[in-house]
Design a protein around this ligand. Structure first.
Ligand code: ATP
Ligand code: MG
Length: 559
């Protein structure tokens, strides 16, 4: 059963939605994914996307894509395009449900004036520092602003003049009038609007006051008829404000905010601020660096969207904070690729082998299936000549017990080809390094089996020297050396210096010369061509190794 066929596991949010449909509270589910366009999406966002779009899909509803573009200083058009691309790539479609919070600026302004008219909001002229001093703490109540008692008329006048651009940034803010003694700090007269003389990517110079997230978000939800407003747990304490604002306003509906826990992954960082630092500080090569947990990085690395959807489904939706082990993500990627990736032979660290009893001008074309379990994926022919390359690691001069690959005097199988025996070793006289193996082959073993029934312990991958395609291959490891870098002060010092290894003399079987989709390189892992590839100069990324790389490092075997 593939991931797509598996029934959706239930979770507490699905149960709420089911109840609301069964009771008739809602006829149709409307959810939204509301990214702020201030960076690229990461795998944490994928969890929110799969949840919101998945509910809409499974219950016959709709899911909106809404850009939460209320902070003009930090937002860029580049991010908007990247976000749309990533959501589509993940396999979801917002149909005609594409919205911008900036599209509601006039309505938000009118509702703010409504709050003022109802004496539920006031213009406050304290400095930022004074506001902080009045706010109180978790254990002490705040103090009322001296501007809290301004008349409705004065507030309406000042608010209109804020909008008209009469005041510099920071001169005034609009605050909700709730309760400065509330145990919930979010209810201590939170700011609803601030002055910011900055052009906005969508509205240009039309506005110089901008709504705060807590105000814009709930109103946007209500204006779009959202039924279930799903957000991460850090907004739990904001729910009272979400509800308070909607209770004061003549909005068309009152969505229910439901919180769930964020996705956290080990050995990486996920907050956009940290990702920004990594990108702008040159610690990685752009937002789509395959080491990043960004969706564009994962895509470039060769991770199929289906693997991410499967991962989000398996992680589930709960209210419990937790950190998911990177190994779980790798498992989902492997399972998806195992099914679909055609096999290929490639040698990452080549060691030359000359087969002395093989005629110099002869080429054998050997049949190789593209997938061991899926004959419908067809096959290809591999050239085999007198000179081939094997993996340097697959040979040892003086092998320890348990090493079943090639060594002096030993016989192994070349995958899909012949048995070869190592007759002699050529070393570099200066360094003593092994530079070439002289082997013999047994023509009777064509296809990889001996008619006399003799067995060999090792089967090696290889490529033919005359036909091989030279390529650059990039190997990736965890971006950080510790499981929870975000929890450390100086997290940049914890970057894994070996997170990227570039191998420039790799050799691929000829069918890969201009492949545009991924492969399993037998015994090495899953790889996919990188966008840096040029005609005649392919570049491949290792998407994931064949086994858990951590276990391998301890076990010490494999390529
Ligand atoms: P970050 O903290 O990484 O900067 P954010 O929450 O500020 O992310 P938004 O653009 O505001 O980013 O997020 C859009 C939506 O994605 C929000 O509903 C948010 O709750 C959700 N989201 C963000 N990060 C995660 C995560 N790690 N796990 C689950 N959902 C997330
Ligand atoms: Mg945010």
């Amino acid at each position: 059963m593939t991931a797509a066929d598996r029934p959706q596991p239930t979770n507490f949010i699905r149960q709420i939605v089911e109840q609301d449909l069964a009771s008739g509270k809602h006829q149709k589910v409307v959810t939204r994914f509301p990214p702020e366009p201030n960076g690229y999406l990461h795998i944490g966002h994928a969890k929110s996307i799969c949840l919101n779009f998945g509910l809409a899909r499974d219950f016959g509803g709709v899911c909106h894509l809404r850009f939460d573009d209320t902070n003009p200083a930090r937002e860029e058009i580049e991010y908007v395009a990247a976000i749309e691309r990533d959501v589509r790539w993940l396999g979801f479609d917002w149909a005609d449900g594409l919205f911008h919070a900036s599209g509601y600026f006039q309505q938000l302004y009118d509702y703010a004036a409504h709050l003022i008219g109802a004496d539920k909001a006031y213009v406050c002229s304290l400095s930022a520092e004074e506001t902080r001093a009045h706010r109180g703490t978790l254990t002490e109540p705040g103090r009322d602003s001296p501007y809290r008692t301004r008349s409705v008329d004065e507030n309406l006048d000042l608010f209109a003049r804020m909008r008209a651009g009469e005041f510099p940034d920071g001169a005034h803010v609009l605050r909700a009038k709730i309760d400065m003694a509330s145990p919930n700090l979010n209810l201590r007269d939170p700011v609803l609007y601030r002055i910011k003389h900055a052009p906005h990517p969508v509205t240009g110079d039309a506005w110089c006051i901008y709504p705060m997230y807590d105000y814009a978000h709930c109103v946007s939800d209500a204006l779009e008829g959202i039924t279930h407003s799903l957000c991460t747990l850090e907004f739990e304490d904001h729910r009272a404000l979400y509800d308070w604002i909607l209770d004061q306003l003549p909005v068309p509906c009152h969505p229910r905010q439901i919180e769930f826990s964020r996705l956290n992954l080990s050995y990486t960082v996920m907050s956009k601020r940290r990702l920004h630092e990594l990108v702008t500080g040159g610690h990685v090569h752009g937002w789509d660096d395959p080491r990043l947990p960004t969706l564009s990085g994962l895509r470039r690395r060769g991770v199929p969207a289906a693997a991410l959807r499967d991962f989000c489904e398996r992680v589930g939706v709960t209210r419990k904070e937790n950190v998911i082990d990177l190994v779980q993500l790798e498992t989902c990627i492997r399972e998806a690729l195992e099914q679909d990736a055609p096999r290929a032979l490639a040698v990452l660290r080549p060691l030359k082998v000359v087969i002395e009893n093989y005629p110099a001008d002869q080429v054998d074309w050997l049949d190789a299936p593209n997938h061991p379990q899926r004959p419908e994926l067809g096959g290809r022919q591999l050239p085999f000549g007198r000179e081939i390359y094997i993996e340097r690691d697959d040979f040892m001069l003086d092998p320890p017990k348990g090493f079943h690959r090639l060594a002096p005097g030993r016989e192994v199988r070349l995958r899909f080809a012949y048995f070869i025996r190592c007759e002699r070793v050529v070393t570099d006289p200066a360094s003593g390094d092994v530079v070439e193996l002289v082997c013999s082959y047994d023509p009777a073993t064509r296809g990889g089996n001996a008619p006399d029934g003799r067995k060999v312990k090792g089967t090696l991958h290889w490529v033919d020297a005359a036909h091989a395609v030279r390529a650059e291959v990039r190997l990736y490891d965890r971006l950080f050396s510790v499981p929870d870098p975000a929890g450390e002060d100086d997290y940049l010092s914890l970057l894994n210096p070996a997170s990227l290894e570039v191998l420039r003399n790799c050799l691929l079987e000829p069918a890969l010369a201009d492949a545009s989709d991924g492969r399993q390189f037998e015994r090495l892992g899953y790889f996919s061509p990188d966008q840096d590839s040029r005609p005649g100069a392919p570049v491949w990324n290792r998407t994931v190794s064949l086994r858990d790389s951590w276990a391998k490092r301890q076990g010490g075997s494999g390529a």
